[in-house]
Design a protein around this ligand. Structure first.
Ligand code: PLP
Length: 451
């Protein structure tokens, strides 16, 4: 299982293996140009344990991206496995319209206790994008039910990412998506991002965040009569390349949204569940949003589930005799019991293992051992928030991301750079030995890629 066999860069041997060949024939892979798999490695994973993925060639890879930011406590975690198996033998699924069950009730109660104050009502979806859709629809419908039907627009940050369905794309600022799908989308306005990388030379992160909040205020002043909500990724703009910013931006955004009667939607799909060093990123700004979107890590990375949490006042605006005033939205697997049980097991681990405190210790350790990497001349903008680390690499290669991914495989690392940005977002269960391996091998990789 821990064979030292290394990946060869052409991967021809790999493409001839049956699982990969069959996949390329029958499976249309997400977020991919399928033709690139002629030269770009596709990996067939047969099993996984802790931070390690094992492929059909008997090779191992350290999952530094937590399988697209979802895994929290390692693959094949015995406690989450046991919880799912127990639920499986009791109730695998029942529809949530007109029915309820213990896992969804317990999860909603636990989340209400843990979330920022006032978020007492949980509405479930199946993935992150559906949580974004729910929050946007619920916000606009709230204003309509409250006699303000003109409030149907939204704003998001420049370089924002909130998912890829058409509604979510309308508040997502990614050039490629805008170019290809713009005609299908009612694209919404953006306001300047407080991403510290964009600050002026010598300007502090805090001063820059406040300057961006001023720009937000100007926009709100002009457009609030048409605006339903401002949607934001708290503290870290993930898909923008782990753009991190000062929490004062969120504190100001909360004040301004209150002042101009615009909802604040916190998309904590990536940053929630402890990723930024607190259970929810909003805590670091001392704020409570009107809508809190969670997904990804909520089931520990096991099963698709998302939830939008909201306030009593918003819930009550829908509570009436007429059907049309109710929130008209559903998905077949809304509140699936297996997924809710996985989420409950995940919350148990947070409590039993004192995860937030333990993660701080791990982050301190990783920061100590990264000094040689941080000081490498090709490494720029080193940054860290909680259990996320990121930096840009100065490299002559225009195909940096693909080249880095392929080369990292030879070092037993699964790294998935965003442009020239390398990031670490490992499962919280990563050990000190595994962190050391990660940092040493990444340093070698940076050496190889910077020339
Ligand atoms: C991943 C992500 C989404 C979309 O979630 P999916 O489950 O991929 O649809 C939305 N917002 C943020 C911030 C994300 O990171």
């Amino acid at each position: 299982m821990t064979s030292k066999k290394r990946y060869d860069s052409t991967m021809t041997e790999h493409i001839s293996t049956s699982l990969v060949a069959r996949s390329l024939s029958a499976v249309w892979h997400p977020c991919s140009q399928m033709k690139h798999y002629q030269t770009f490695p596709l990996l067939a994973i047969t099993h996984a344990q802790g931070v390690w993925l094992y492929d059909d060639q008997g090779r191992r890879l350290l999952d530094t991206v937590s399988s697209w930011w979802v895994n929290l406590f390692g693959h094949c975690n015995p406690r989450i496995n046991a919880a799912i198996v127990e639920q499986l033998n009791t109730l695998e699924h029942v529809m949530l319209a007109g029915f309820t069950h213990a896992p969804v009730v317990e999860l909603s109660e636990r989340l209400r206790e843990l979330a920022p104050a006032g978020l007492g009502h949980c509405f479930y979806g199946s993935d992150g994008a559906s949580a974004t859709e729910i929050a946007l629809k619920m916000s606009a419908h709230f204003w309509r039910n409250s006699g303000k039907p003109t409030k149907t627009n939204f704003i998001s940050l420049q370089n924002s990412y909130h998912g890829e369905t058409l509604g979510a794309l309308s508040v997502t600022d990614v050039a490629l998506f805008r170019d290809e799908y713009g005609a299908l989308v009612r694209q919404q306005a953006t306001v300047p991002s407080p991403d510290t990388r964009l600050a002026a030379a010598g300007e502090s992160a805090e001063a820059f965040a406040l300057r961006c909040a001023d720009a937000l205020e100007q926009h709100l002043q002009q457009h609030h009569a048409q605006l339903a909500a401002f949607i934001v990724e708290p503290l870290v703009q993930g898909a923008a390349g782990m753009g991190m910013y000062h929490p004062v931006y969120l504190t100001r955004a909360r004040e301004l949204c209150d002042q101009y009667h615009v909802h604040l939607i916190a998309d904590e799909i990536a940053v929630g569940m402890g990723r930024t060093g607190t259970l929810f990123a909003c805590e670091q700004a001392g704020i409570s949003p009107d809508f809190l979107c969670l997904s990804k890590g909520i089931t520990g990375g096991y099963l698709p589930l998302s939830v939008v949490m909201t306030r009593e006042e918003i819930y009550l605006a829908f509570y009436a005799d007429q059907t049309a005033r109710g929130f008209l939205h559903s998905h077949s697997y809304t509140g699936n019991p297996l997924a809710c049980r996985a989420a409950l097991a995940t919350l148990d681990i947070f409590a039993q293992d004192n995860v937030i405190v333990e993660n701080r210790r791990k982050a301190t350790f990783l920061n100590q051992i990264t000094q040689p990497l941080r000081e490498h001349p090709a490494v720029k903008n080193w940054r860290n928030t909680g259990m996320i680390w990121a930096f840009e690499v100065q490299s002559p290669h225009t195909d940096f991301a693909q080249r880095c991914f392929a080369l990292a495989l030879q070092h037993e690392l699964l790294l998935r750079p965003i442009g020239n940005t390398i990031y670490f977002m490992p499962p919280y269960s990563i050990s000190e030995a595994e962190m050391t391996l990660l940092v040493e091998r990444t340093l070698q990789l940076v050496e190889e890629l910077s020339v």
